[in-house]
Design a binder for this molecule. Structure first.
Ligand SMILES: NC(=O)C1=CN([C@@H]2O[C@H](COP(=O)(O)OP(=O)(O)OC[C@H]3O[C@@H](n4cnc5c(N)ncnc54)[C@H](OP(=O)(O)O)[C@@H]3O)[C@@H](O)[C@H]2O)C=CC1
Ligand SMILES: O=C1O[C@H](COP(=O)(O)O)[C@@H](O)[C@H](O)[C@H]1O
Length: 497
């Protein structure tokens, strides 16, 4: 169904939201604060009810108190007023159930008794139990033809496990009611990529291999493993960040214009990009991909341990905490344009940024010493300090400067441009879209599977070539080899803004 995503007026819809894993990190740190903000901004209709489900003995008040203290630590004092908080907490119920026990789902059915609102089931639990919960919901007669399910990333560990999980979820819910989260798609600036590319004719005509020389995507994190060794060491940065977030960003940059803003029109175009990603073969694995693992270093002036010294670490782990790669989208629009991707933990600053480097003029008439400056760049800052800057060249001012060129940005900083507008957290946007029943910010099954196909192939190559990660000190921009990878092409990672 084509839904109206253009409207400023949200399609307000009462729902019952059942959140599995309600005492977990994601639920308390992100989901309840996001729901609070929606409520405070008047976006949760008064009938909407929220239910936390977990296996700990707690009553309703006890759970509300936990959510209340999560709000205190996650929501700014300015946004946390007593009236909004009380109204929000009053919507919240709690059920203790063991998700593995089908009998206990009767409690959820009873909670729903008499409600005609659609139920949204949010699975904020490990993917290994998504299937079991879906089957128990069905067996326990908790669902109807309006129920939707939201599942967190990562879906599986590789193509095979991802297909298994998707099969079980798909036995219970049709694709049109499955919402697979990639929280990067909920970030305001990521959505802005669609507006930037498809609303501005200026870029529409330039967005191809005739005009773009190369593209950089950097997602640098300052955090380390944060007590998640068990999960992270199985995954590594390639599965944790590239398979989902970085490939989604690449798709939004590289895709052809969708014919409209309908979810499937956008997702069809993203799938075409994933299918066109060039596989890494033979020597390209060693040449165009760099794996890294951080050793002890510093963060914010403090010493921090290396990956192998983190709590719970297996000292012989070869899991990568950093990846840089050069890839290509092998189609008419992008043939020959390198896409350089890099992402890592324990880097010097948190920075998610896309840089589009445009080609130089065919004939250059200025000072030969300045030739390397003479190209435009479009810098899209996703976080922090969200904004867009177009690096242009002007004449340096002053009587003694002759026709010297000066690069400078035409800069749109979202915080100063829209000072009264709070930039919402990604989960606010995503939760709102699920409640409205709109899927355009969620990932379709085939997107996930094409992404896994490409990643699996890369991992097989790593394994075949026995490529251990290269070391980099915490607080640095990754292994020296990641800098060499781009400099050997006569380029460098863009670090100014
Ligand atoms: N945390 C994050 O920032 C992110 C998380 N995700 C994804 O979100 C999901 C949740 O992650 P996160 O919150 O970090 O994980 P947590 O381990 O913190 O939370 C999972 C919750 O599920 C509960 N649970 C697990 N099994 C059962 C069961 N059989 N019966 C009842 N309760 C159960 C756990 O209960 P108990 O406490 O008793 O073990 C826990 O409260 C995962 O899929 C993760 O990959 C994705 C992106 C970021
Ligand atoms: O999905 C994940 O994302 C976070 C980074 O998210 P951000 O919104 O803070 O950029 C990452 O730290 C985590 O390892 C990964 O699972």
């Amino acid at each position: 169904m084509l839904r109206n995503i253009h409207s400023q007026e949200p399609n307000r819809l009462d729902v019952d939201l059942a959140l599995f894993g309600a005492l977990g990190d994601l639920a308390l740190r992100k989901l309840f604060p996001a729901l609070y903000h929606l409520d405070r901004e008047g976006l949760l209709p008064s009938e909407t009810r929220l239910l936390g489900l977990a296996r700990h003995e707690l009553d309703r008040q006890g759970f509300q108190a936990k959510v209340g203290s999560a709000l205190k630590s996650r929501v700014s004092a300015e946004d946390l007023d007593k009236k909004s908080q009380e109204r929000f907490l009053a919507r919240i119920d709690y059920l203790k159930i063991d998700f593995a026990n089908p009998e206990e789902y009767a409690l959820l059915r009873d909670w729903r008794e008499g409600s005609s609102r659609p139920m949204i089931v949010y699975l904020s639990v490990p993917a290994s139990i998504f299937g079991e919960i879906c089957c128990n919901l069905k067996a326990g007669d908790c669902l109807d033809e309006k129920s939707r399910v939201v599942v967190e990333k990562p879906i599986g560990y590789d193509l095979e496990s991802s297909c298994e999980i998707n099969d079980v979820i798909g036995d219970v819910f049709p694709e049109s009611r499955i919402y697979r989260i990639d929280h990067y798609l909920g970030k305001e600036t990521v959505q802005n990529l669609i507006a930037l590319r498809f609303a501005n004719p200026l870029f529409g005509t330039q967005w191809n291999q005739n005009h773009v020389s190369h593209v950089e995507i950097t997602v640098a994190e300052t955090v380390g493993i944060e007590g998640r060794w068990g999960y992270f060491d199985q995954a590594g940065q390639l599965r944790d960040m590239v398979q989902n977030h970085l490939l989604q960003l690449l798709c939004l940059i590289a895709m052809d214009p969708p014919s409209n803003l309908d979810a499937d029109a956008i997702r069809d175009e993203k799938v075409k990009v994933l299918k066109a990603l060039k596989p890494f073969t033979g020597e390209a694995i060693g040449r165009d991909v760099v794996r890294g693992q951080y050793i002890a270093g510093t963060h914010a002036g403090q010493s921090v341990p290396g990956y192998l010294e983190e709590e719970g670490a297996d000292k012989a782990s070869h899991t990568e905490t950093f990846v840089a790669m050069k890839t290509e989208v092998a189609n008419w629009r992008w043939a020959g344009v390198p896409f350089y991707l890099r992402t890592g933990k324990r880097m010097p600053e948190k920075l998610s940024q896309i840089v589009i480097h445009f080609r130089q003029q065919p004939h250059y008439i200025f000072d030969p010493d300045q030739r390397s400056l003479a190209a435009n760049k479009l810098i899209i800052r996703l976080q922090p300090e969200e904004g867009i800057a177009l690096q242009v060249l002007t004449k340096d001012s002053g009587l003694d400067k002759g026709m010297r060129l000066r690069p400078g940005p035409l800069h749109l900083d979202f915080h100063s441009a829209f000072p009264k507008t709070r930039i919402p957290d990604a989960y606010e946007r995503l939760l709102l879209e699920v409640m409205k029943g709109q899927q355009y910010l969620f990932v379709r099954r085939d997107e996930i599977e094409y992404a896994w196909r490409w990643i699996d192939h890369l991992i097989e190559g790593w394994q075949a070539h026995e490529l251990p990660p290269r070391r980099y000190p915490a607080g640095s921009w990754g292994p020296v080899a990641s800098i060499a990878m781009i400099t050997q092409d006569g380029r460098s990672w863009y670090e100014d803004y």
